[in-house]
Design a protein around this ligand. Structure first.
Ligand SMILES: Nc1nc2c(ncn2[C@@H]2O[C@H](COP(=O)(O)OP(=O)(O)OP(=O)(O)O)[C@@H](O)[C@H]2O)c(=O)[nH]1
Ligand SMILES: [Mg+2]
Length: 242
């Protein structure tokens, strides 16, 4: 069995799916891919099934309804750990993350990083084709989260990641409750707090060329509220200990 599993969450990504799967198979032919589709109304799940039928390295997990990115990844992580993969990868299906960055990211994990984050906001990283408002939200949200959580990670919301299975197994996934970007913040912060080694690898993030963003105000508000509460609770518990 391959020792690397790429988890590819999809919701209405019909136009993007063939291209991202092709690029993944090219950049990382040794890895298996698990598409996690939440019954996309546009038929992404059926297309994934037909692509998987032609390639034994691709499997599809169908979920009955749109449950958000966090739930899709939790299901994918559980599958990866039960199957015994050594490395687990997160990547968006919309083409924003370049699979060609995965070999160097995997090398960093093999050299000892427990979580490698494809990072827009570390020196050398950047974003292409985003309106300034979107950039400002991401930059400010990351700066605020970093400050509130006293984290060393510059891109806490990035959804382009390589995990070592041991780090992932250390998380109580049922206790990871948030959705949207906040799921990414929560997972990275819990690992950082647990003393796992996190390394950021600069990437160029490219705005999706097809399909629609699933980002909405609720996702930003969820992240803001949760980060503020976690940060305050963490500072209070540190004060109690000193
Ligand atoms: N299975 C599943 N996948 C989802 C869900 N919401 C988003 N996704 C997928 O998660 C990835 C990221 O979602 P995007 O809509 O690109 O959100 P984003 O990258 O945060 O926002 P943009 O930068 O505007 O594209 C994509 O592959 C989506 O198809 C969901 O509820 N279920
Ligand atoms: Mg996207």
């Amino acid at each position: 069995m391959a020792d690397v599993l790429v988890i590819l969450p999809t919701y209405n990504e019909l136009e993007s799916l063939p291209s991202i799967l092709g690029r993944l198979r090219q950049s990382l032919p040794e890895a298996d891919v698990l598409v996690v589709d939440d019954s996309s109304p546009d038929g992404t799940g059926r297309l994934a099934d037909s692509l998987a039928a032609e390639d034994p390295g691709i499997a599809v997990l169908h979920r009955s309804e749109k449950g958000g990115l966090g739930r899709a990844y939790r299901a994918g992580f559980a599958h990866a750990l039960a199957a015994g993969y050594d490395y687990v990868i997160e990547i968006d299906a919309d083409g924003s993350h370049d699979p060609a960055e995965l070999p160097p990211m995997l090398d960093l994990a093999k050299a000892g990083a427990h979580l490698v984050i494809g990072s827009r906001w570390t020196p050398g990283g950047r974003v292409l084709n985003w309106p300034w408002v979107r950039q400002a939200i991401s930059r400010t949200g990351n700066r605020y989260s970093r400050w509130a959580l006293q984290s060393a990670v510059a891109d806490l919301t990035s959804g382009f990641r390589v995990f070592g299975a041991d780090a992932l197994r250390s998380l109580d996934l049922d206790a990871v409750s948030s959705q949207g970007y906040c799921f990414q913040i929560e997972v990275a912060w819990r690992l950082e707090q647990g003393g796992w080694r996190i390394v950021e690898h600069p990437i160029v993030f490219v705005e999706r060329a097809a399909g629609h963003s699933k980002m909405h105000l609720g996702i930003v508000i969820e992240a803001l509220l949760r980060v503020t509460i976690w940060g305050a609770a963490s500072r209070a518990s540190k004060r109690r200990r000193t």
